[in-house]
Design a protein around this ligand. Structure first.
Ligand SMILES: *Cc1c(COP(=O)(O)O)cnc(C)c1O
Length: 352
């Protein structure tokens, strides 16, 4: 049966991905050396296309890791000697905080109840080295306003700022000059197979990693920022990477550039209002997040009457996301990613 996936990752493949998987095979991409000129071209296409699509400043670095979770760990390892500060109101933000604990750092936090907005004033110690935000909390469909993040950044200019945009890139329109470590993985809005993470790094973030290294603090080995950047400058990766993932990312970014980022963002907004308008007017399924901090890419619904709806929709060819975290038994999630069209969403809603 042909299914349309509205799941929060892996998700519906972008429509051209099956074709590019075939060209990867016919062009021998899966067997070439990762030190060859062909690979360097693939690397350059992916990173250049990403820079263009997201307007990443020229002096920022783009490096590849294996996942969003790996990016969380690398960011803490490479920028924090002791003190980081985490804003979170859901499972992914909490995971990031726990990674800092597991790495032996001394993180502090502004922890809100599941899905709740952060307060206007938060006191962050001035000795703090890094501030972490999960911009789009996939576990509950809440989003942090960018102006909120930029203001915290301005008030804490001694700290580096790290932002998880795993389930909002490339929809979220970021001013990278205000941030230091921004990361995502490709199996969400990019509609690609899982197994590749991308970190966008400021020169300051790299400097901090080098400083920690000089102080003999463990910043990891083959995927430390200095090593990742050293190889990225040669259009390479330290290890044998997910060559197919990088190849597919370059191709999909090419498609996104042709569609245009403005159009992708506009369509995402339109599809989100279609979804929220529908569920704001039903009794059985109500949006979990209040209007002020709703995600445009992950819609979380309270399902009072149980989750039979998931089975019913599956029989009609629609796969939705389960709940996640403390309220998972009472919620479902629907993703609004570029790989599902307005027509797909209209069909889904007609079957609810
Ligand atoms: C999916 C997700 C992650 C984890 O990414 P992986 O690539 O699965 O490791 C982290 N943060 C957010 C917000 C996510 O949605």
């Amino acid at each position: 049966m042909k299914y349309t996936f509205f799941t929060p990752g892996p998700s519906q493949l972008f429509k051209t991905v099956p074709y590019y998987i075939k060209t990867a095979v016919t062009e021998n991409i899966l067997s070439i050396s990762h030190r060859s000129d062909t690979f360097k071209e693939i690397f350059k296409t992916a990173t250049n296309n990403l820079r263009m699509l997201l307007s990443i400043p020229d002096d920022y670095y783009v490096v590849f890791v294996s996942s969003g979770t790996e990016a969380m760990e690398r960011v803490i390892e490479n920028t924090v000697e002791k003190r980081c500060f985490h804003f979170f109101n859901g499972s992914f933000g909490q995971r990031w905080y726990e990674i800092a604990v597991e790495l032996g750092k001394a993180p502090k936090k502004c922890e809100m109840k599941f899905g709740e907005e952060f307060p206007l004033h938060v006191s962050i110690p001035k000795t703090n080295e890094l501030i972490c935000f999960t911009q789009n909390e996939t576990s509950n469909g809440s989003a942090v306003d960018l102006e909120y993040i930029y203001n915290i950044a301005k008030d804490n200019s001694q700290a580096l700022i790290a932002v998880d945009i795993v389930s909002s890139a490339p929809y979220v329109d970021i001013d990278y000059t205000k941030l230091d470590c921004v990361f995502f993985s490709v199996q969400k809005l990019f509609g690609l197979p899982a197994g590749l993470g991308v970190i966008i790094l400021s020169p300051k973030a790299l400097e901090k990693a080098k400083l920690l290294q000089r102080k003999k603090i463990n910043i990891g080995t083959y995927h430390s920022f200095p090593v990742l950047v050293e190889y990225a400058l040669k259009n390479q990766t330290p290890e044998t990477p997910n060559v197919m993932g990088i190849y597919l990312l370059g191709k999909i970014l090419g498609d996104f550039l042709k569609i245009g980022i403005t159009k992708i963002r506009q369509e995402t907004k339109e599809k989100a209002s279609l979804l929220y308008r529908f569920f704001d007017n039903t009794q059985e399924y109500t949006p979990f997040i209040s209007k002020a901090n709703r995600s445009q890419t992950v819609v979380t619904l309270n399902v009072g009457t149980g989750k039979k709806i998931l089975t019913k929709l599956k029989a009609k060819g629609f796969i939705l996301g389960n709940g996640y975290g403390p309220l998972k038994e009472h919620q479902i999630r629907i993703t609004n990613f570029p790989s599902t069209s307005k027509e797909d969403i209209e069909k889904l809603l007609a079957n609810f």
